[in-house]
Write a protein that binds this ligand. Structure first.
Ligand code: HEM
Length: 237
């Protein structure tokens, strides 16, 4: 029996710890969609149903994206069940677009609890998530190296919302919540407007650039064959 790789173990651990967050997010979204919450949250705006519904849909889609995106880099799944990888990958891409669109709609109509800085940071997060989803799909079945690089960016961004809660939890445990206020205007809150996804993305970029890539074929070398039939449907971005 082969031992699971350290990355697979890490992903398994992340999945288990992300599961409660994803469940709560999905349930909050489902509960909110009928716009008749027994205990209304601050996301329920009876006068602006479009904003509330967009955010509730984003919670449901985001929950699926958080969990499924973690499975996409697992080599054992890709190699043994490529169809599972493809179907789940399409759900992640579609879900990421829905999550981003829902979040962006809410920001445009209602803003965020932390004001302009938080709205700008979260909007950037949404745009990057949607962009990474489109680029991952665009290169699928066409350019495997680019597809994997964009896929890793997509996975990091997809778990960003969960990492946001993890980072807040760790910070509160370590510092008792220094620099954080209920209205999200403390220095820690402000750093977190982009701090929950941008540093990770920059570190990933450094890793991707330093990682030895496949050697470039010498000039005049035989070009790789065109993609097989059946992969063409994935080739359009
Ligand atoms: C990737 C998976 C995501 C999940 C699972 C998720 C989940 C959630 C949840 C559960 C809430 C409610 C938080 C609370 O109860 O206080 C929330 C709020 C929010 N999310 Fe997301 N989200 C995700 C991604 C995104 C993205 C990409 C954007 C940006 C477009 C975004 C924008 C927002 C906004 C604007 C709020 C309300 C902020 C506020 O005023 O408190 N989310 N999200």
């Amino acid at each position: 029996m082969t031992m699971p790789r350290p990355l697979t173990l890490l992903i398994g651990f992340a999945l288990l710890t992300a599961l409660p967050f994803a469940l709560v997010s999905a349930l909050q979204g489902i509960d909110g969609l009928d716009m008749a919450q027994a205990e209304p949250t601050r996301f329920l705006h009876p006068e602006d149903g479009a904003a509330s519904r967009a955010l509730f849909v984003h919670m449901i889609a985001g929950a699926a994206v958080t969990l499924l995106a973690l499975l996409q880099p697992v080599a054992a799944i890709r190699d043994r069940w490529p169809r599972v990888h493809r179907v789940s990958g399409r759900i992640v891409v579609f879900g990421a677009l829905l999550t981003a669109a829902g979040g962006l709609t809410y920001i445009a109509r209602q803003g965020t609890i932390g004001g302009a800085g938080m709205s700008a940071g979260f909007a950037l997060y949404g745009v990057l998530l949607a962009g990474a989803a489109i680029m991952t799909l665009r290169h699928a079945g066409r350019d495997i190296a680019r597809h994997r690089r964009w896929g890793l960016r997509l996975t990091w961004l997809a778990i960003g919302s969960w990492l946001y809660r993890v980072q807040y939890g760790l910070w509160h445990a370590a510092s008792g919540g220094a620099g954080s206020t209920p209205s999200f205007d403390g220095p820690f809150d402000q750093a977190m407007f982009v701090g929950f996804f941008l540093p990770h993305l920059i570190l990933l970029e450094i890793y991707l650039r330093r990682r030895p890539g496949p050697a470039a074929p010498p000039q005049g070398a035989i070009r790789p064959p065109p993609p097989r039939e059946g992969t063409r449907s994935l080739q359009k971005g």
